[in-house]
Design a protein around this ligand. Structure first.
Ligand code: F6R
Length: 608
């Protein structure tokens, strides 16, 4: 999740300082390198950038002393190419006419880069971003205006972007345009701003305009206008006054980071889906060549890792052994040089997981690290590294990193299935369709059920205990649902495989005992009916996450959340989790707790 700032103003001695301050306020989005491009008083583009912490790089390169009226800045969270000075933004065109900063992924950058190289353009970085200034300069050289160049460019590229561009041809203008990645405008008196998020410019102006998809903003110090990128026609929109404090602005108006992160899931999962196809393919080959497959993970990451256990055996007939990191010693002697071991971890720093992985590596196993934090310890042990690209997660309880890790593993399962010649093509196309429909389906579930989740949570605040039941992959979903409820609402929530619950736990059921069921329309659905009836007969209050239109369960459950069709066989561990995240969040906040900072927990567990 890169951070972007752009400013254009009538004076030139404070621009560097404004950009530097704005970048430090975007620090919470995560970064590995940072840079600024300014059109200096002689009308040239000056670029200053490097790898490292924002404060350190900004001081070293004296961002505050940069002179000029128009500047753009960027804090990078690497996707294409390692974090280093060359890959840091801004990127500049061959003849230094155009500079850009970018958040998002240009999916067809390799083709575009090849075409531009054949036209004589030289590239310096490994990034997808560098094609942007080069292609725009190419269009300008062909006589297009800058607006025409941008419109042709957005027609040509595939992928997601928030792009902010400056050109020496028009030194007092900033061009900002987006598709699927955020951009907001800050409107001042003698200065205008654009940024990935409001906190960047909040100390200077509270007049804010949200740029929408497929819109282009043209900023000058005293004017601004917004155009529709497809039609070129002007859009009139008036700024809104923001009354948030800086801290509230970092939460984008949400009361807690956790709720913001729940709502971010559609966007970050969409980003992940457009990255690292080749890494996913390589990993699928490694899995197919392995004798034994293990996964090692803790907590939420362990529940996400169970995706492998529920997909790979049926696709490959290989045994998958999911191991809780702290229990690694139990399986250690089974690992050899024909084994593949998945390290699944959002932080990449969980000590128990690192210990298991070090041991597996010493036995010659191939290591596949699936992580969120770039360059974290587990990436260094990985023969292959798949990033989940969810951006930093500030809420201590994992939400978007759970769905991000699970999605990465579902993607690997899909790639494995695709490589098998004996897999039915209808199965594959349904799987593929579910993957691409997932972000929108999550958005739909949040929109439809946030109020209902809050309602049910009011009742949950009175409860000391709850059961979470599921079968097969839904048992993993139930475990994660119960963990969230324990962690932030301090309810004693226990997950059981639904079939096992009658072997003891059912003794606890009394009138109004909460039981939360995960019931996709999969091969276990029928058996789940038996479990619901067993609990109901003993007075439990039954709450189910079911497939849309499942009338049989609607008639039996006390409360239900309906999940769009098409996800029962694929990705249910992600989509059926969303109402459970909301339930935990609202139970916690209605009890007066801070879900971002649950007691006794920390974001990264670096002790054994
Ligand atoms: C739960 C949670 C923890 C972590 C666990 C592993 O919300 O965040 O259970 O999942 O500590 O952490 P990572 O994924 O960093 O290895």
């Amino acid at each position: 999740m890169c951070g972007i700032i752009g400013v254009t103003q009538t004076i030139d001695n404070s621009t560097g300082k404004i950009v530097f301050d704005a970048l430090t306020r975007l620090e919470y989005r995560g970064y590995d390198s940072v840079g600024v491009a300014i059109i200096n008083p002689t009308g040239e583009l000056q670029i200053e950038k490097d790898k490292g912490p924002i404060l350190e790089v900004g001081k070293k390169l004296e961002f505050e002393k940069l002179k000029g009226r128009t500047a753009i800045g960027h804090s990078r969270w690497a996707t294409h190419g390692p974090p280093n000075k060359i890959n840091a933004h801004p990127h500049i065109s061959q003849n230094r006419r155009v500079a850009v900063v970018h958040n998002g992924i240009i999916e067809n950058f390799l083709e575009l880069k090849k075409d531009l190289i054949s036209l004589g353009y030289a590239f310096k970085s490994d990034t997808d971003t560098e094609v942007i200034p080069q292609l725009i300069e190419y269009y300008l050289d062909q006589g297009k205006s800058i607006v025409e160049a941008i419109r042709t460019f957005t027609d040509t590229i595939k992928g997601t972007f928030a792009i902010v561009l400056v050109t020496v041809d028009e030194p007092e203008k900033i061009y900002a345009f987006r598709r699927d990645n955020p951009l907001v405008l800050g409107i001042g008196k003698n200065e205008n701003y654009c940024a990935s998020d409001i906190p960047a410019f909040l100390p200077y102006t509270n007049q804010v305009l949200i740029l929408k998809d497929n819109e282009l903003a043209i900023l000058e110090p005293k004017n601004y206008k917004i155009l529709n990128l497809t039609t070129g026609s002007e859009i009139k929109r008036t700024p809104k006054t923001i009354t948030w404090t800086a801290e509230a602005a970092q939460k984008a108006g949400y009361p807690h980071f956790m709720l913001k992160e729940i709502h971010q899931q559609p966007q970050v999962l969409k980003t992940q889906l457009s990255t690292q196809m080749e890494v996913v393919e390589e990993i699928a080959d490694v899995v197919l060549a392995a004798d034994k497959v293990f996964s090692v993970a803790a907590g939420t990451a362990y529940y996400a890792s169970l995706t492998l256990f529920h997909t790979i055996p049926s696709l490959t007939k290989k045994v998958v052994i999911p191991v809780i990191s702290a229990e690694w010693d139990t399986v250690s002697s089974l690992v050899d040089d024909k084994s593949v071991v998945f390290a699944v971890s959002q932080s990449g720093e969980t000590l128990d997981t690192i210990k298991g992985i070090k041991d597996a590596k010493s036995k010659g196993a191939k290591i596949i690290s699936v992580v969120n934090v770039i360059d974290s310890s587990l990436t260094r042990y990985g023969d292959h590294v798949l990033y989940i690209h969810t951006g930093p997660e500030i809420g201590v309880a994992a939400t978007k990193t759970y769905t991000g890790l699970a999605l990465a593993l579902w993607r690997i399962a899909y790639a494995v299935a695709e490589k098998r010649e004996d897999i039915d093509s209808t199965y594959l196309s349904k799987f593929d369709k579910s993957l691409h429909a997932l972000p929108e389906a999550i958005e739909h579930v949040i929109r439809k059920y946030e109020v209902k989740a809050k309602e049910i949570s009011k009742w949950m605040t009175q409860k000391q205990s709850a059961f979470y039941l599921g079968r097969g992959v839904s048992f993993a979903t139930a475990c994660e649902g119960a963990l969230k409820m324990k962690e932030i609402a301090y309810v004693h929530a226990e997950a059981y495989p639904a079939g096992e619950s009658k072997h003891g736990p059912i003794a606890l059921i009394e009138k109004d005992f909460p039981v939360i069921f995960t019931i996709p329309n999969d091969k276990n659905r029928k058996k789940m009916m038996g479990s619901v009836q067993e609990m109901k007969a003993r007075g439990a209050r039954t709450i189910g996450v079911i497939e849309e239109g499942d009338e049989e369960f609607q008639g039996v459950l006390d409360e239900y959340f309906e999940i769009p069709k098409g996800f029962s066989q694929f990705l249910s561990s992600i989509l059926y989790q969303i109402p459970q995240q909301l339930l935990a969040y609202y139970t916690s906040t209605l009890k007066g707790f801070d879900p971002d900072k649950p007691r006794n927990l920390s974001k990264s567990v670096t002790v054994e």
